[in-house]
Design a protein around this ligand. Structure first.
Ligand code: ATP
Length: 428
């Protein structure tokens, strides 16, 4: 445990922010004593003590000045910054707001003019993409819109588990601690934490998500006008760049916000100049963004999986269930041979088809893997189906042909079709 230090007050001048890294070992309590302040676009209520778990990194920003009282351990790190890119971020919000109003006012039978902004946030790793997405969504929600948040960052995942592409409407400013509510998001399972594991499959899950949202938007003028904010991953070179372009096209994005990289911005401007309706805007990266080394990222993936089953504050009770091997059908995507050797020209090796659905025999290899529960009724539907949730394999008894797994709740799984990738977790 870190040593206890007495509560202290921090006075923030207008347009300043208090940047905080909660310690490894002790949580933080803080409250707003006077003035107004927000955490990544969500206002802090006055006088109420708020609790922040260990390791959280965030900033409290004030437009007009505020005093904060903090009560945390000695391993807390914090400082005040008076230079932030917040004015440029809120200016972007104002432009998006005008476009939403224009979309709402237009006749809803005109598909183009009734479409609100489709914003995609791109940039290298640790440039503040998720944070900017969050701010834009929270500011829009505060003004009564229900924008759709799309997360294509399979490495971290702020809507659901890593290894997935997902979308959810944001109806209220995002809670600074709880994050995005996990109520019924639309989730497609990719199964790996890097797109290079299966680039074709990554493209497919991005496309499926985009198409489903497009259908939903066509019947919902309100969410159509509110538009979407799409968060992407930090891989921007080579294939990563190609995947960004693929996402921009798949979602028909019309605002591309580029954080902290001149080169990427000019490349995108160049390649998108044939599309006059797409605005490419360069934005400054905040000096407060904290870099997270690969080890840290790996650890936070584990915390995220734990949170799915046990809740952020250990407030959920997952259920351990036992099933017979025969009750479940497990599949993986990719890796199966495309054509039998006999059907190929002499000397040619059969190539692995990256999007082929292959049956998996249940074995010890499944131990400690996280599997997705698909809504697919049969294997052909797996790639185009979204997933209901996840289970975690805790035991495989080959002799008795029984598998033990952790699920968020007791009872039957919504489907017996399970998808396996390389998403693993060692419960600690
Ligand atoms: P990734 O490479 O995973 O895509 P990213 O570009 O989305 O990362 P963020 O997740 O937005 O980056 O930011 C990285 C970390 O920095 C997060 O923990 C975030 O909470 C923190 N952070 C962002 N902005 C600030 C700030 N102004 N002050 C303090 N911490 C911040």
């Amino acid at each position: 445990m870190a040593a206890i230090t007495p509560p202290r007050q921090v006075k923030l001048d207008r347009e300043c922010e208090l940047r905080i890294e909660v310690g490894e070992n002790s949580p933080l309590r803080l409250r707003l004593l006077n003035g107004n302040a927000e955490i990544f676009g969500t206002e802090i209520p006055p006088e109420i003590w708020l609790n922040f778990p260990p390791r959280l990194k965030f900033a409290i920003f004030t437009w007009h000045g505020a005093t904060i009282e903090m009560d945390g351990g000695s391993d807390l790190s914090d400082y005040v910054a008076d230079e932030t890119p917040m004015i440029s971020y809120v200016n972007v919000h104002a432009i998006l707001e005008a476009r939403r109003n224009r979309a709402k006012a237009s006749a809803s039978n005109n598909a183009e003019s009734s479409q609100g902004p489709r914003v995609i946030v791109v940039g290298p790793t640790d440039s503040g993409k998720s944070t900017l997405s969050r701010m834009l969504l929270s500011w829009a929600a505060k003004q009564g819109w229900k924008p759709t948040f799309v997360d294509l960052d399979i490495g971290q995942g702020s809507i659901t588990l890593p290894g997935c592409t997902a979308a959810t409407p944001i109806e209220m400013p995002i809670d600074p601690v709880e994050g995005i509510p996990l109520e019924m998001p639309l989730v497609y399972f990719y199964g790996h934490t890097t797109p290079s594991a299966n680039v074709d499959l990554y493209k497919l899950v991005v496309k499926e998500l985009a198409q489903t949202l497009e259908k939903q938007f066509s019947g919902n003028a309100e969410s159509r006008a509110a538009g979407m904010v799409i968060n992407t991953m930090g891989w921007i070179e080579g294939v990563g760049y190609e995947l960004l372009l693929h996402a921009i096209h798949a979602f028909n994005a019309d605002v591309v916000l580029v954080l902290g990289q001149e080169k990427l911005c000019s490349m995108l401007k160049d390649v998108l100049k044939s599309k006059p309706k797409v605005d490419v805007v360069k934005l400054q990266k905040s000096g407060g963004v904290v870099s997270r080394p690969p080890k840290y990222r790996q650890k936070s993936r584990g915390y995220r999986i734990r949170e799915y089953f046990y809740g952020l504050a250990n407030d959920l009770s997952p259920h351990s269930n036992i099933a017979n091997f025969n009750d479940l059908s497990v599949y993986r995507i990719g890796g199966g041979p495309q054509a039998p050797r006999s059907a190929l020209p002499i000397g040619a090796e059969p190539a692995a088809d990256p999007t082929r659905v292959v049956t998996v025999n249940i074995s010890q290899d499944l131990l400690h893997l996280v599997l997705a529960v698909s809504y697919a009724k049969d294997p052909e539907e797996i790639i185009s189906s979204n997933v209901a949730g996840f289970i975690y394999i805790t035991d495989v008894d080959i002799q008795r042909r029984k598998i033990t797994y952790l699920a968020p709740s007791a009872g039957e799984l919504p489907s017996r079709v399970l998808i396996l990738g390389t998403l693993a977790w060692l419960e600690t």
